[in-house]
Each structure stands twice: as C-alpha cells, then as structure tokens.
Design a protein around this ligand. Sequence first.
Ligand code: NI
Length: 167
Amino acid sequence: MALLPILQYPDPRLHKVALPVGVVNDEIRALIRDMAETMYTAPGVGLAATQVDVHKRLIIVDTSESHDQLQVFINPEIVESSGVADCEEGCLSVPGIFEKVRRAERITVRALDEVGASFELSASGLLSVCIQHEMDHLLGKVFVEYLSRLKQQRILAKFKKQQRRVM
Ligand code: NI
C-alpha cells in the first residue's frame, strides 16, 4: 500500500472530468487500497480518485465512528434523490475550510463494488452528503464552487498565499 498525494485547491487537475471504469480489475483494487490508506491517514470520511490525480469514476467513503466500514462506489450514478439538507462540509483538497452546502437530503446511488458487482444503496444524513460531495469531484467540481463569489475569492486568496509560503 502507498500513501498518495492529495491535490490541493486550486490545482486545475481538480477540475478534470473522470471517465468510467471499464473493468474492475486488480489495478483498480490496488488503487482502492491506496486511496483507503490515504483517506484514513489524512484523516477524512471520503475521497474521490480525482483528488489523487486519477481521473476514473471511483469514490470511497467511510462515515462510521469506528473507521472500519469502507464503502466503495465505482461508476456511481444517483438514480433517485429527494429533500433538501444544508450541511457543513470540508474537503481534503481544501484543508481548513468548512462551509454549509445545500444538497439533496436522501439519495439512492447505483454503483459497482470492488469485485465489479452492481448494487444500489439508499442513504441519508452524513453518508448522503458525503457521496454527493465525492461524486462532484468526479465531475471536476469542488464544494467551494457552491459558495458565493465573495467567499470563493477569499478562499482562493488564502490558498494562493499558502502556496507562496511553501514554494
Ligand atoms: Ni472533497
């Protein structure tokens, strides 16, 4: 297993659109293991392949208290959604920023698991928010893009300043 570098906002590679996974093979399973290690180490409750610069439709999520309930979604599609929920979100690609985002309250997602079997899952609460957040990454969308222009400009300025410090 290996820790993967997580792209940091405003890296333009975070805006790439991921392509569907053709075959769920050992290469994909190795990627899932590396992504899981990266997510748990960070620590975070979700990670999209986009964030580790792999532009394939794959996300992982673990919203359990015990951090041992990894859920894998390959080629995820939301087949049903309802309600509205405002939830504070953060992102491993935008460290230190927590802002409320409006999303669907309940979703049903259809995806493949790590052996390539199709499944459907209905989710609400944190799991629902997390799946929607990670699926946005696959479309090249970072959660701060839901915020007002003013807030986005402030966040952008903060991250550009940080980049100057470390380079
Ligand atoms: Ni994120």
